[in-house]
Design a protein around this ligand. Structure first.
Ligand SMILES: [Zn+2]
Length: 342
C-alpha cells in the first residue's frame, strides 16, 4: 500500500514536470531521479521521508501529515512565525512539555514524559526538540493516531485547529498531495485560446453596479460558450450563484491562492464542490450571468471575470493577475474536457 502510494507520487511528480508549460523536455523530466525531484526546490519536499516513515509507524496518511504542516505554515501570523521559526505545524509549548511541567521549554524526553507532555525523541539524539522535524512529525502522527482510534482522522484534525475552514482545506490539500505530489506545478490561461478573446486589464478600476467596489480582477471578453479552464492544480472551494458574480467558481491551490471565475453561462458537467482540478481542465463556459437574482443574464457583454486572492492568515487580499495571465497566455494549453480521460 505504502509502496504503491509512493510510486504514485513519484510518477505524479514526473508527469507534472512533463505536462504543462515547463521548459524541460519530456525526456529530461523522465530522467530525473527521485532524489532530484525531491531536492527540486521547496522547503517541505525534504520532509517527505519523515512523513512516510511516521505514516508507516502509525495508521495516519503521510499526505494528511503534509497537509496539516502546509496549512499551518501558510496560516502562520508574524508572531506565530517568530515564536516557532521553523516549517510546519507547531505544538503549543505546554502541550509539548506537559502542562504541569515547570519548564515549558523542556527538551528532556524523560521529564517531558513524566509530566505527560507529547514531546518525544524521534531520532535518538536524546532530545525532544519541538522544532526538529525528526521529533515533531512522529509526535504529530502518533497523536493523531491515538486520538482518532478506530475513526478516521477528522476528529484529530478538528482538535488541532477547531475551524471548519481548516478542515476543508486540509482535506483538499491531502487529496491534492496524494494525487499530484507536494508541489504540483503547471499553469494554464483561463480561457481556451482556440476561441477569440480580449483581455481588459482593469484591476483596481471603479465600477458602476453594486455600490463603491473596486474591480478585483481582470475581464476576458469572449463569446458565450467559450471554455473556461482551471489555471492550476487545486480544488473547487465554491460553486453557485452570487448577485454580482452570477454563476461562479472558486478554486484554491495548495499555496492558498484562490482563483475566482465569474459570470459563467454554465458549469462543466458534473463539477461540484470539493472536486480536484488540474491546469487546462474545463470548469465552465463564458457567459454574462449576474447583476441580479439567480438566472439573471445579458446585462453586459459576455466575459469571464477572473480574480486572484492570497490568504495571509489574517485576511484574503486581491492582487492583480495581469502579469501571471501574460505568462500563462504564452504556454501551450492541454485542454481536458469533462468526462474525457487524459
Ligand atoms: Zn470583472
Amino acid at each position: 500500500m505504502q509502496r504503491r502510494r509512493f510510486f504514485a507520487v513519484v510518477s505524479g511528480l514526473l508527469t507534472v514536470v512533463a505536462a504543462c508549460g515547463s521548459n524541460l523536455p519530456v525526456q529530461a523530466a523522465e530522467r530525473m531521479t527521485v532524489q532530484q525531484a525531491a531536492n527540486a526546490s521547496t522547503p517541505q519536499q525534504s520532509l517527505l521521508p519523515l512523513y512516510k516513515r511516521a505514516a508507516e509507524e502509525t495508521d495516519v496518511d503521510w499526505a494528511l501529515l503534509a497537509a496539516i504542516d502546509r496549512y499551518a505554515e501558510l496560516m502562520k501570523t508574524k508572531q506565530a512565525r517568530e515564536a516557532s521559526p521553523y516549517y510546519g505545524f507547531a505544538f503549543e509549548p505546554a502541550a509539548w512539555a506537559g502542562v504541569d511541567n515547570p519548564d515549558w521549554s523542556d527538551v528532556n524526553p524523560s521529564t517531558i514524559r513524566l509530566f505527560g507532555g507529547l514531546g518525544r525523541d524521534g531520532n535518538g539524539d536524546g532530545l525532544a526538540l519541538p522544532w526538529d522535524p525528526a521529533d515533531r512529525i512522529p509526535v504529530l502522527a502518533a497523536w493523531i493516531d491515538e486520538l482518532s482510534g478506530e475513526d478516521d482522522a477528522q476528529v484529530a484534525v478538528w482538535d488541532l485547529f477547531q475551524d471548519p475552514v481548516a478542515m476543508d482545506r486540509i482535506n483538499a490539500f491531502q487529496t491534492l498531495f496524494l494525487k499530484y505530489g507536494l508541489y504540483p506545478k503547471g499553469y494554464c490561461f483561463p480561457v481556451s485560446k482556440r476561441f477569440n478573446y480580449t483581455v481588459k486589464h482593469t484591476f483596481g478600476a471603479g465600477r458602476s453596479w453594486g455600490g463603491r467596489r473596486i474591480h478585483e480582477g481582470v475581464d476576458i471578453f469572449a463569446s458565450y460558450g467559450t471554455p473556461v479552464l482551471a489555471c492550476t492544480y487545486g480544488y473547487v472551494e465554491l460553486l453557485g450563484w452570487n448577485r454580482y458574480g452570477g454563476w461562479r467558481v472558486g478554486i484554491r491551490d495548495v499555496n492558498n491562492v484562490y482563483y475566482y471565475y465569474a459570470h459563467l453561462s454554465s458549469y462543466a458537467k458534473g463539477l461540484k464542490r470539493g472536486d480536484v482540478v488540474e491546469p487546462g481542465q474545463v470548469i465552465g463556459y463564458v457567459g454574462s450571468s449576474g447583476y441580479g437574482p439567480p438566472g439573471t443574464s445579458g446585462k453586459f457583454p459576455p466575459h469571464l471575470h477572473f480574480g486572484m486572492y492570497r490568504d495571509t492568515g489574517r485576511g484574503e487580499w486581491a492582487f492583480s493577475p495581469s502579469a501571471l495571465l501574460a505568462q500563462w497566455e504564452r504556454l501551450p494549453q492541454h485542454i481536458k474536457y469533462p468526462g474525457s480521460s487524459r
